[in-house]
Design a protein around this ligand. Structure first.
Ligand code: HEC
Length: 194
């Protein structure tokens, strides 16, 4: 055994393991998501988006597999406070996109079949980004869910499994935006409008 070759191989193997561990962890330089700057978030997103997309699609969930080809509604994920201080980024399907991207505040009625899907990333105490649920809202036929503004709230877990969602839990908060058809919209500074 040539020792130099052996050590070189060992060093390469260690370096490769470290790189994989870092990629799996996606570290950031703050534990409080509100302390992350634009560049930090962009870097984190680049690190985690592949894993996120793969996870949501893993079990073949209809929205979880489709949403990445929809219209992205913000320049980057951002933290609004709601949804557990997670970094959030919303995608709109073809039926939803035109109206959603107007970010109107009065008299909004989303068309039946509109779907919004929102990726979420949790910042852990160990300063790593962890994939959170994909939150979804689907506009149903008029009268289908009168207690929830005819929206069906849902979610996909990071492992692709359906997340059990209590409609009233989601709607009690979203009903604050009644004139916007229950939509809260991304933070103004990251909105992409049409
Ligand atoms: C405490 C308030 C609150 C609760 C509870 C809540 N949301 Fe939200 N939701 C928000 C806010 C605020 C936003 C916009 C923040 C952002 O995207 O930056 C939002 C955005 C969304 C969006 C993107 C569409 C939009 O409104 O612009 C979806 C989809 C969504 N929530 C689904 C859900 C689901 C599903 C639940 C229940 C599991 C839920 N929400 C519970 C406050 C809430």
């Amino acid at each position: 055994m040539n020792f130099r070759r052996f050590f070189t191989a060992a060093i390469i193997a260690t370096a490769a393991t470290t790189a994989v561990a870092q990629a799996a962890d996606c570290t950031v330089n703050a534990a409080d998501p509100f302390d992350l700057g634009e560049a930090d978030v962009t870097e984190l997103y680049a690190c985690i988006e592949g894993k996120m997309a793969e996870g949501y699609a893993k079990e073949g969930h209809e929205i979880g597999t489709a949403f990445r080809s929809w219209t992205v509604t913000s320049t980057r994920p951002a933290v609004a406070g709601a949804h557990g201080n997670r970094l959030l980024q919303t995608f709109a399907n073809d039926i939803a996109a035109e109206q959603y991207l107007k970010f109107e505040e009065e008299g909004v009625v989303m068309p039946v079949g509109a779907v919004l899907a929102k990726e979420s990333i949790k910042i852990t105490k160990k300063q790593t980004g962890r994939v959170g649920p994909l939150f979804t809202m689907t506009k149903l036929e008029t009268g289908a869910a009168p207690d929830a503004g005819d929206w069906l709230y849902g979610g996909v877990q990071p492992n692709g499994k359906v997340m059990k969602v209590k409609q009233s839990f989601c709607h009690d908060c979203h009903s604050a935006w009644e004139t916007q058809d229950m939509l809260a919209y991304p933070l103004e500074e990251v909105r992409i409008s049409n």
